[in-house]
Structure formats: structure tokens, C-alpha cells
Design a protein around this ligand. Structure first.
Ligand code: PEP
Ligand code: MG
Length: 679
């Protein structure tokens, strides 16, 4: 047996992300691995167990390995823990942020449909828009069923059977979602299935059974205890894990008690569902024909319910004021998933307008989807490329299906995150090659690694930084680690002939970074005897926008990353929910930088694209086009509606509007201006 003592350096302790890295690493060894923290003991191969250890910054823990590969296990775990398990100072902000990757953070904020009429302010309960669209109907309070553990139904089964059956159900749900191209949603059910295999949960149940409890009560007690222990750590991300555990716990209880999905109070007519919270299982069990919309008190725009609702095309609002729960059953409401409002007992004229808006929204979306494969040509004949932001091979296929004109931003971080070693050059090559082949002649802009900041990785040792968003992030990290950078560039250059690849560097703030990166591309192209590949930069740091006329001659294209450009211009953390309503890319300060970048690009005959979320905001599209943006790269589900919007606009008419926007004082004024002029 081998053992080491080690102090946890992570500022926020062993919370979700580092715990996951540790568990995944521990699972690679045959040895039995335990962690000790004071009185607490954890199985290092169990996420639930590691999370409940409660190890905070400065906690001394013991790592103990017992088995054939104990020596190697201890050495690797020690090195991983010492290097922060992929964590750094930013992790608190990053993880409690509304989002991170595809489908998460403000990136996938719902597309604002230009046709939608805003509700009046009378009798309005406020929330946050989570899935676009309008729902009009009576409310239905969804009640969580209380299980009577002593009263089994006729279909009662034992715990082992229930676990097997639950795994089958979850596998089927996972498959269904995957087949419907709902990868992110599928992952929720996969995570649930993994929880059912957690060794520590099984031990906890057994311990209760050994104390004489019935299996059903032992199961409930083990789930409740572990969920409570995780929730007590008081971290928003862990709270979601606790909810997952309770959700999966209920699934098994329902099976053991022989209660079907109809055991919960289910609507029988079309309704707007309101609830304090809804689990993914509850949501997946509703008949979509009977659910017009969701209004939820808990959760943010990135919660499971928000993700599922968006994927199912059901309007939803989250973070709704508690007063919603006091409304009487069947109260008529208008739920607006775009502006996050719930209008209660609307006057007949408001109701009528909302019904018309709802009808138009559905027609608009259907129409946009039907036309998705056609080019986006404006009323005055200007073609605008509408491309997609992608983060996997599956995304590339989905982007094609949604009519994207290419991939305007391939976030390559997906290959590097959530693992314990860097992907090899060949591994990267095969993924870039597959994406190039999928997209055929359509352009694919491959962004080189943008880790650091909010996206740390375990195997790249970095000193803790006080301000990681201002630290060794993106291109800065790559230039400081030439081996990592070379491997990625070689993989891209090798894959380029299979399709139409371009290279893009993130976080450029100075011309010297472009020159160093270009020199490396040239050197590697010579080495590989590879054809030239166009390259551009992301403009997401104010200095790059301000110096755009100096940078333009050095590159082939600019792609404006408004998520970061807004954060750095307004000095507002993009993940800080308290600032979410102010973090608006339509702020005239950001618009002036965008305008300056586009003008500089065009002066040198280069293209200017946008790949930040602002590109799918329907209030922003007219301004961006009016400023001369050549391409909009948007989240995949937004491609058809953005294309439809481009087709509805006359770009020459938008130029004066866009210039007027630059002279507004606030983002709100810009939004009002657009509304006044375009309705
Ligand atoms: C951006 O900053 O706008 C962007 C598209 O990059 P990311 O969101 O990946 O930082
Ligand atoms: Mg960025």
C-alpha cells in the first residue's frame, strides 16, 4: 500500500471540475484508491464520494492506493493534484457562470424574433428568457409526487431490477436524444446512468440495508444523504449534481413502487407548466403536444430545463419571481420566452396580439427551416454568409443540416478539455480531417487553442493567476508552449487539403503575436510541404480593434468575438450573472470598436466576420449588416432564423441606422432605436 499526504491548493477546493479530473484519473488504475480528509473517507473512483469529502483550499488530504499499480497511481495522482487538477483561480467564476461551452453560457441566448410583439407591463411577472417563442394558455402547477415508501403499487420490483430497468430507460433516453441530434441533452441522461454505477452509492445503500432498513428505504436514505452532502457545499454547480442525484433517485423509487410516469400529476390538455423546479426526467416525460411552455422559479438560462426546452422548441422562462407559484390553477397567461415575462390574466387585446405573435413565431420558424439551405441574400441583393459555431464532428454534420454556409468558428478546446493528457497530433488530425471532409468545399475556420482563462486543462501546468481572463490565455499560452502549438498547427495543416480549412488565432492583443504565429505556420508548411492556408485573427480584445488598421495588412480575415470584446470593453465578467443584463454587445462602445474593425478590414480588401453571440441577436443583425459585416457565425439552432432575417432586410437602408446607433448613449437606446425603425 502506498500513501501520500498532500495539501489542496485549489482556491475553491475539490469541487466539481477538479473532482471529475481526479475521479477519471483514479479510474485508470486497478488499485483501490482512497482519499482521507479528517474523519471523512472517499472512494477516489466515485464522483459522489469525492464531492462529499468537503476538501477546501488548504485542506490536507491523504491519498492511499492499494494494488498492482499503486506506485504509478500515487505518482500520477500526486502530480495531478499538485498541478491543480485543471483548476486555477478562475474556476469559481467559470463554474458558477451561467455557461461554458456549446449550448451553454449566453452564447446560446434565444434568437429574438423580429416579428414578436412585446407584452405590456400590466400584470407581468418577470423571469429570464430561456427558450424562445410565445406560449398562450392556462397554467398548470406541476407537483412533484411524494412517494409513500410503505405503499407499493402492483408493478412493484426489487432494487436490483429497478436499477437495471432505470439504466435501460436512461440508455434509451440517451439514444433517443442522440438520434434527434440533441447531444447536450443526451449527455444529461448519460450522466444519470453513470450515477447509478457509482460504487459509493451502492456501498451507502448496503450500509443502510445492513442496519436493517428495507432496500427501498435504504435507497432513498442513501440518495437523500449524498444529495444533501453535495448540496451543503453551497456551490451552484454542485447543486446541479445534487439535483441530478435526486432525479435519478426518484426514477428508481418510481420503478420500485410500480408507479409509472403517470404517477405524477400530468396535464391532460395543453397548458403552460409552472413549477419551482423541474428535473430533466420530469421534462422528458411530458407529452410535448400538451406543453405549451415552461415557467420555472429555480435555475438560469443554462439549466437543464432551459437546454431541453430549447432543444424541444418549447418556449421557457426561468428564474421567475416566486409570486408565479401563488397563481391559481388554470389562470390564463402569456409566457414570452424571448423577453422572459409572464403576463397574467391578459386583457383581451393583449391576448389577441400574443396569439397572433405566437402564430407568427411558429410560422416564421417553420418557414426559416424550410428555406435553410438557400443562401441568405438581402433584399438589395447582397449575399451574407451565415455560418455556424461548432465544437465537435457531430456539430459539423448538424450545422450542414441546418443550412450553414460553413463553420465560422470551430472551438478546438473540445479536444483538449476533460482529459488527463493532451490529444496527439494524429488524434487531432483525424478530427480536423473528418470535419473538413464533412463540410466539403464549405469553409471551416479552425480556431487554435483558446484555453487558460475560464478553460483550464489539467495537464498544462500554469501558475495560479489572480486575473485569469487577463492572464496567459489563448494565443499567449500557445506561444509560450510551442510544442503544444506546433502539434495543433501541424494537425490542421495536414487536414487542410481534405476540405477548405482556415486558421484563426484567439485573444490577439498585439501585432507581435500575429507575426510569431505566422512565422510558425510558414515554418511548418515548409516542413510538411503543405499548401498555404488562409489565416485570420479573432478581434476580441479592445487593443486589436483599436489597432485594426495596423493589423489588417498582416492577416486574411478578422472575426469579431463579441462575447469577449464586450467583457473586456465594459470590464464586465461575461459569466457574472449579476451583470448579465448590462453585458450587452449592443453597447455603443462595443459597436464603435466593431465599426472600426470592419472599416479597417475593408480598407485592405479583407473580410470581417462576427462569431460572438451578438450575431444571432435579431436586434443586432440589422446594425451589424449596416456596419458592413460580411459573415455572421452563429449558434447552430439560430442558422435558419438568422438567414431568414438577412433575406428580409435591405442592407443599404441599414447603413444610416447603424451609424446612428454609434451615436447612442446606451445599449438600451440602441435597442429602442432598432425597435422604432424596424418594428
Ligand atoms: C467570443 O469571445 O466572442 C468568442 C466567440 O469566443 P469564445 O466565446 O469561445 O471565447
Ligand atoms: Mg472569446
Amino acid at each position: 500500500m502506498k500513501q501520500i499526504e498532500i495539501v489542496i491548493q485549489n482556491r475553491t477546493g475539490l469541487h466539481a471540475r477538479p473532482a471529475k479530473v481526479l475521479v477519471n484519473l483514479a479510474k485508470q488504475f486497478k488499485s483501490d484508491i482512497k482519499l482521507f480528509h479528517g474523519e471523512k473517507r472517499a472512494n477516489a473512483k466515485s464522483m459522489v464520494s469525492v464531492l462529499t469529502l468537503g476538501a477546501v483550499n488548504g485542506s490536507e488530504i491523504s491519498v492511499q492506493a492499494d494494488g498492482v499499480d499503486e506506485e504509478k497511481a500515487i505518482a500520477e495522482l500526486e502530480s495531478a493534484i499538485r498541478s491543480g487538477l485543471g483548476d486555477n483561480d478562475s474556476v469559481v467564476e467559470a463554474e458558477s457562470a451561467p455557461v461554458t461551452h456549446r449550448g451553454l453560457r449566453q452564447k446560446d441566448a434565444p434568437v429574438k424574433n423580429p416579428l414578436i410583439v412585446e407584452a405590456t407591463d400590466q400584470g407581468v411577472i418577470k423571469g429570464v428568457g430561456a427558450a424562445p417563442g410565445i406560449a398562450v394558455g392556462p397554467i398548470f402547477h406541476f407537483q412533484q409526487v411524494e412517494f409513500d415508501l410503505d405503499k407499493a403499487g402492483s408493478g412493484q420490483i426489487d432494487l436490483a431490477e429497478a436499477l437495471t430497468y432505470a439504466k435501460t430507460q436512461l440508455t434509451e433516453l440517451h439514444q433517443q436524444m442522440t438520434e434527434n441530434k440533441l447531444g447536450v441533452e443526451a449527455a444529461i441522461f448519460e450522466a444519470h446512468r453513470e450515477l447509478l454505477d457509482d460504487p459509493e452509492l451502492a456501498d451507502a445503500v448496503q450500509a443502510h440495508v445492513n442496519k436493517g432498513q428495507s432496500p427501498i428505504k435504504a435507497w432513498k436514505a442513501a440518495i437523500d444523504e449524498q444529495a444533501a452532502a453535495i448540496a451543503a457545499i453551497n456551490d451552484p454547480l454542485l447543486a446541479a449534481r445534487a439535483d441530478d442525484l435526486r432525479d435519478v433517485g426518484k426514477r428508481v423509487l418510481r420503478l420500485m413502487l410500480g408507479i409509472g410516469d403517470d404517477g405524477a400529476s400530468m396535464p391532460t390538455t395543453p397548458v403552460v407548466i409552472v413549477a419551482r423546479e423541474l428535473s430533466p426526467s420530469d421534462t422528458a416525460s411530458f407529452d410535448p403536444q400538451r406543453v405549451l411552455g415552461f415557467g420555472i422559479v429555480e435555475g438560469g438560462p443554462t439549466s437543464h430545463i432551459a437546454i431541453l426546452a430549447r432543444a424541444l422548441g418549447i418556449p421557457a422562462i426561468v428564474g421567475v419571481d416566486e409570486s408565479m407559484l401563488a397563481l391559481e390553477e388554470n389562470t390564463p397567461v402569456i409566457l414570452n420566452g424571448n423577453d422572459g415575462t409572464l403576463t397574467v390574466n391578459p386583457a383581451s387585446d393583449v391576448l389577441e396580439r400574443a396569439q397572433q405573435s405566437q402564430k407568427r413565431w411558429l410560422e416564421y420558424r417553420r418557414f426559416a427551416q424550410e428555406q435553410a439551405s438557400l443562401p441568405a441574400i438581402s433584399q438589395d441583393g447582397k449575399r451574407v454568409d451565415v455560418t455556424a459555431n461548432a465544437g465537435s464532428i457531430a456539430d459539423a454534420a448538424e450545422a450542414l443540416r441546418m443550412g450553414a454556409d460553413g463553420i465560422g468558428l470551430l472551438r478546438t478546446e473540445f479536444l483538449f478539455l476533460e482529459r488527463t493528457t493532451a490529444p496527439t497530433e494524429d488524434e487531432q488530425f483525424s478530427v480536423y480531417n473528418a470535419i473538413a471532409e464533412t463540410m466539403k468545399s464549405l469553409p471551416v475556420i479552425v480556431r487554435t487553442l483558446d484555453i487558460g482563462g475560464d478553460k483550464p486543462v489539467a495537464y498544462i501546468q500554469m501558475k495560479p493567476e489572480l486575473n485569469p481572463f487577463l492572464g496567459e490565455r489563448g494565443i499567449r499560452l500557445c506561444l509560450n508552449r510551442p510544442e503544444l502549438f506546433r502539434e495543433q498547427l501541424r494537425a490542421i495543416l495536414r487536414a487542410a487539403p481534405s476540405g477548405n480549412l482556415r486558421i484563426m488565432f484567439p485573444m490577439i492583443s498585439d501585432i507581435s503575436e500575429i507575426r510569431q504565429a505566422r512565422a510558425l505556420i510558414e515554418e511548418l508548411s515548409r516542413e510538411l510541404n503543405a499548401p498555404p492556408v488562409p489565416f485570420g485573427i479573432m478581434v476580441e480584445v479592445p487593443s486589436a480593434a483599436l489597432m485594426a488598421d495596423v493589423l489588417a495588412p498582416e492577416i486574411d480575415f478578422f472575426s469579431i468575438g463579441t462575447n469577449d470584446l464586450t467583457q473586456y470593453t465594459l470590464a464586465m465578467d461575461r459569466g457574472n450573472s449579476a451583470l448579465a443584463s448590462k453585458h450587452d454587445g449592443l453597447h455603443p462602445a462595443v459597436l464603435r470598436l466593431i465599426a472600426q474593425t470592419i472599416d479597417a478590414a475593408h480598407k485592405y480588401g479583407k473580410r470581417a466576420d462576427i462569431c460572438g453571440e451578438l450575431g444571432s441577436d435579431s436586434a443586432a443583425v440589422p446594425i451589424l449588416l449596416g456596419l458592413g459585416m460580411d459573415e455572421l457565425s452563429v449558434s447552430i439552432p439560430s442558422v435558419p432564423t438568422v438567414k431568414a432575417q438577412v433575406r428580409s432586410l435591405n442592407i443599404s437602408d441599414l447603413q444610416p441606422l447603424a451609424r446612428e446607433a454609434l451615436n447612442c448613449s446606451t445599449a438600451q437606446e440602441v435597442r429602442e432605436l432598432v425597435k422604432k425603425q424596424l418594428g
